[in-house]
Ligand binder design. Structure first.
Ligand code: PFF
Length: 469
């Protein structure tokens, strides 16, 4: 374990073994189901090009400045997220109440973790399906040979109808996450990132090249990059901002927590740039990987959450080596999802461990156990509108799973980002911020302008327009 000292100079504190370990872990947190499953689904449901362009703008002008702010808070505070904010507030002579911004973040991470692991369970299910298909039909043919499209499409609703199986898979995914987080920062979280992220990138590249060669590529480019201004409504903009935050792991204390394990010698600005670029590239390439396969099979782009779990498996049916490609695809998604879920569990764990003064393994188990219950309820009551809550306009008849998703990506994450940028831009001392951000000259001025004015104002407007939309 790599041990450094906390900002008090005394308390031993875990940390990443190197800058590249931090980059891999942070890219691992960012790249996940948000890129492979949520981004293509959101782009498909929100009109394609308009959403994609606005999403990229959000990443550059809002996401990146907020990412740097979050990592900076963590690195300076050298503690769990709320404590890091409290320390910076104290050092800047401001109220410790600002820590509430990270308290909400920790809560948000816990909520995302709960539904994220349910989807992680679906990924495990499809790994099982493709593995058994490979064993029974052999390498050469497509997947699910001879089975009608309706039957393949029915696999996901079939899973939704089996509450016990869905809960069991959720527990299996969460238990795997727990196993690594309980081992600590360098021997658990860093280990997962160091082994799984490079493997993910190799598989990702291979499958994308395969996808591009299936045809449907021109159609995909037109679909993803034709910008139709009329489609950019308030709700589409809010969905794009929410997706940008979800994808960059922002607004829920995850990046603050990881920032606390970064060494003093690391330049946070350039590192944040690498993390945001890698994440955005993976999201766009995931679109370029998934849509051609879907279009080549003559399927619709706006299948939403079903795109990855229903349309893609149908497309794999008609492809050479379909079972193998399908299996590798879902293994790849599993790796990406696991490196994200560990960061989601780490944020509340780091807070709870310090707060209750518990050993890491105990704190991790208690937090994961609580997420298990919330996620199990979301899985069990699939499709059942949440009484009371679902009558609110924002949650229109949603079940617990979707309420958790909407509440975090459309409310908690943007609000967390507004508060974070106000805190870094206006509350924290300028000297402290200058010493941490790794920027100078014009770039520093641009970043300061974005966190002080652009991020809070634009986010507030998008939230109002989007929520009223
Ligand atoms: N960024 C992850 C993804 O795109 O799948 C999800 C996520 C991880 C959100 C960690 C928030 C977080 F703190």
């Amino acid at each position: 374990m790599v041990v450094t000292t906390g900002s008090d100079g005394i308390t031993p504190h875990e940390g990443w073994s190197s800058r590249s370990a931090f980059i891999l872990a942070a890219v691992g947190s960012a790249v996940g189901l948000g890129n492979m499953w949520r981004f293509p689904a959101e782009a498909g449901e929100n009109g394609g090009g308009a959403f994609v362009l606005f999403y990229i703008l959000c990443v550059v002008l809002i996401g990146l400045p907020v990412l740097l702010s979050e990592v900076l808070i963590g690195r300076h505070g050298q503690s769990n997220a709320p404590e890091s904010v409290r320390r910076i507030a104290a050092e800047s002579g401001k109220s410790s109440k600002w820590a509430i911004l990270a308290d909400f973040g920790v809560l948000g991470a816990f909520m995302v973790l709960s539904f994220y692991c349910v989807v992680g369970g679906w990924v495990l299910y499809y790994i099982g399906i493709f593995a058994s298909d490979l064993v029974s039909t052999g390498l050469a043919g497509g997947a699910f040979e001879g089975r009608p499209a309706g039957e393949i499409e029915g696999l996901l609703p079939g899973l939704f109808g089996n509450g016990a199986l869905m809960v069991g898979l959720h527990v299996a995914f969460l238990a795997t996450t727990l196993f690594f987080v309980a081992r600590g920062v360098s021997s658990g979280i860093e280990w997962v990132a160091t082994w799984l992220m490079p493997t993910f990138f190799v598989l990702f590249l291979g499958i994308t090249i395969y996808g591009a060669s299936t045809g449907g590529f021109d159609e995909t480019i037109t679909y993803l990059f034709t910008f139709d201004f009329s489609k950019l409504t308030g709700p589409v903009m809010l969905a794009a901002v929410g997706q940008a935050f979800f994808s960059l792991s922002l607004g829920v204390a995850g990046m603050m927590t990881y920032g606390a394990y970064v060494g003093r010698d690391v330049n946070l600005a350039s590192t944040s740039g690498i993390i945001a670029s890698a994440d955005t590239a993976v999201a766009l390439i995931a679109g370029l990987c998934i849509f051609p396969i879907v279009f080549a099979a003559g399927l619709e782009a706006n299948a939403g959450p079903g795109l990855m779990f229903q349309s893609l498996p149908i497309a794999f049916r008609d492809m050479p080596f379909g079972s193998l490609i399908g299996l590798l695809f879902f293994i790849m998604v599993f790796f990406a999802a696991l490196t994200s879920s560990v960061s989601l569990l780490e944020a509340p764990t780091a807070w709870f461990k310090d707060r209750a003064d518990l050993p890491r393994a105990v704190a991790t188990t208690i937090v994961a156990g609580s997420a298990l219950v919330l996620g199990a309820l979301a899985a069990w009551f699939w499709g059942v509108p949440v009484p009371g809550v679902s009558s609110m306009a924002l949650f229109e008849e949603q079940d617990l799973f979707n309420v958790l998703d909407t509440a975090t990506s459309k409310v908690l994450m943007p609000v967390g980002a507004i508060l974070t940028s106000v805190f870094v831009g206006w509350i924290a001392s300028r000297r402290l911020i200058d010493s941490e951000n790794g920027l100078s000259g014009g770039l520093e001025q641009i970043w300061l302008f974005l966190v002080r004015f652009a991020c809070p104002a634009v986010l507030a407007v998008i939230m109002v327009v989007g929520l009223m939309g």
